[in-house]
Design a protein around this ligand. Structure first.
Ligand code: NAD
Length: 443
């Protein structure tokens, strides 16, 4: 089938590439000319395991094209995806300007019946807005074309996006017409051989499903961080508590890791946007407000521990920081906890020597040149001249450091483990002070 995807970010590029991988003819459109030119030369602008070879292979096979020419890309598409960003606007609601701009472009250039599929995370009711915008453009052209709008939220995880896309847990389709559902079933058949993964519903439910999924996951994290803060105060170890509750199959082990707060381009903005949607409908979503509040506080936890350890004064101190991306296996630093930590350390007069396996270029872009930041080529070089080490992102490469060597390298012999990946006993035996999250020994 012929599909066009608007937006070549994490969602659009991965989805478009996976559709090409199973044999569809895919054109990816972006307004960012440099990105498109790079992609045509095989330069993949994001780090996502497995993506680059797949992009190159499908491009070389002629199944995956990149363009800024929206009109040509729409001309003979059977399915047109919208996969552009929906960042928070000033009050935290989802900003629909990019989604609606694509809808206008589609309405201006559509010349045959097609299914328009929204993959961006959008507030309930957006399918109606997209439909109205396209219909208005078509009617201005005097072209009464048949088209459908389907809501197909994306559930891929950055860092595992290709695998999630090739082997989805579920494919949610919000649609009004049986014809549109049939088209989508044909398009997704290679990802859904037994048809057990498709969940078909109305558009509003599909739109809310995406927010509900992210809000549930964010709630699990904030719940565990709340428990960790209580554990710290009462002298309990949250890691023991985690294992104790995870063994209950109704709770489960997944996604109950305490830490330095959640970040990324989705959880923070989606929890906020859902809370704002509720408010617009005269409902105060107290639980969502608490989830967001706990997370915002948690992002400052590591700096708080550091300030406490050093008696409230970080002037003249140098911190090695391991991990800048918002989670492992990505170069994405949007809303990353590292950003809150670095801001706090700098505000308290400290200097930072940071390393990340994939996010160094992004860090250069985010922080620019500054005298109190050194971006280091290796975890070991980040330790040079440092007083303390803070682990923010749990990349596997950071899990088993040589603790006695750390004790020698760090002037103040102290580590702050923002993801509870180290064994406090082993760390302390090496002669280091250990601070984790909710480990009953941090006060
Ligand atoms: P992104 O910021 O990485 O990419 C968006 C792309 O859209 C950019 O390349 C931008 O240049 C392009 N764009 C903007 N306006 C355009 C236009 N008019 N025509 C063509 N291209 C245009 O965004 P993303 O992370 O891929 O997220 C896209 C949507 O998917 C968001 O709504 C997000 O919430 C949702 N989502 C993201 C993830 C994720 O893990 N990143 C997962 C699920 C859902």
């Amino acid at each position: 089938m012929r599909a066009t995807v608007f937006g070549t970010g994490y969602v659009g590029l991965v989805s478009g590439t996976c559709l090409a991988e199973v044999g569809h003819q895919v054109t990816c459109v972006d307004v960012d000319q440099a990105k498109i030119e790079g992609l045509e030369r095989g330069i993949v602008p994001i780090f996502e395991p497995g993506l680059e070879p797949m992009v190159k292979a499908n491009h070389a096979a002629g199944r995956l094209a990149f363009t800024t020419d929206a009109a040509a890309a729409i001309a003979d598409a059977e399915v047109v995806f919208i996969a552009v960003g929906t960042p928070p606007d000033e009050d935290g609601s989802a900003d629909l300007q990019y989604v609606l701009a694509v809808a206008r472009t589609i309405g201006r250039h559509l010349s045959r019946p097609a299914v328009v599929v929204n993959k961006s995370t959008v507030p309930v009711g957006t399918a109606d807005k997209v439909r109205a915008v396209i219909a208005a453009e078509l009617s201005a052209r005097g072209l009464p074309l048949d088209f459908d709008v389907v809501s197909n939220p994306e559930f891929l995880k950055e860092g595992a996006a290709v695998n999630d896309c090739m082997r989805p847990d579920r494919i949610v389709l919000g649609a009004r017409s049986a014809g549109a559902v049939d088209t989508m079933k044909r398009l997704y058949a290679p990802f859904n051989r037994n048809h057990e993964r498709l969940v078909v519903m109305d558009e509003r439910s599909a739109e809310l499903t995406k927010y509900a999924a992210n809000a549930m996951l964010a709630t699990k994290i904030s719940f565990m961080n709340e428990m960790a803060n209580i554990a710290e105060r009462v002298g309990a170890d949250i890691e023991m508590v985690r294992q104790g509750i995870g063994s209950d199959p109704r709770i489960g082990y997944q996604f109950i890791y305490p830490g330095a707060g959640y970040g990324g381009s989705c959880f923070p903005k989606d929890v906020q946007a859902l809370e704002r949607t509720a408010r617009q409908h005269d409902y105060q979503a107290g639980l969502l407000q608490a989830v967001e509040g706990v997370n915002q506080r948690q992002k400052h936890k590591l700096a708080e521990l550091a300030l406490r350890h050093f008696g409230g004064d970080l002037r003249g101190k140098t911190f090695a920081v391991w991990g800048l991306a918002f989670k492992p296996n990505t170069d994405d630093m949007r809303e990353a906890s590292s950003r809150a930590l670095l801001a706090d350390l700098w505000a308290a007069g400290a200097r930072v020597r940071a390393h990340d396996p994939e996010a160094m270029e992004e860090a250069r872009r985010v922080f620019g040149q500054r005298g109190d930041l050194e971006l280091c080529a290796s975890p070991a070089s980040a330790l040079e001249g440092a007083d303390a080490l803070v682990l923010v992102t749990e990349w596997k490469a950071y899990w088993s450091p040589d603790f006695p060597a750390l004790a020698t390298a760090l002037g103040a012999r102290v580590v702050f483990d923002g993801r509870n990946v180290w064994d406090p006993v082993q760390v302390e035996q090496a002669g280091l002070a250990y601070y984790g999250i909710g480990r009953g020994r941090s006060l």
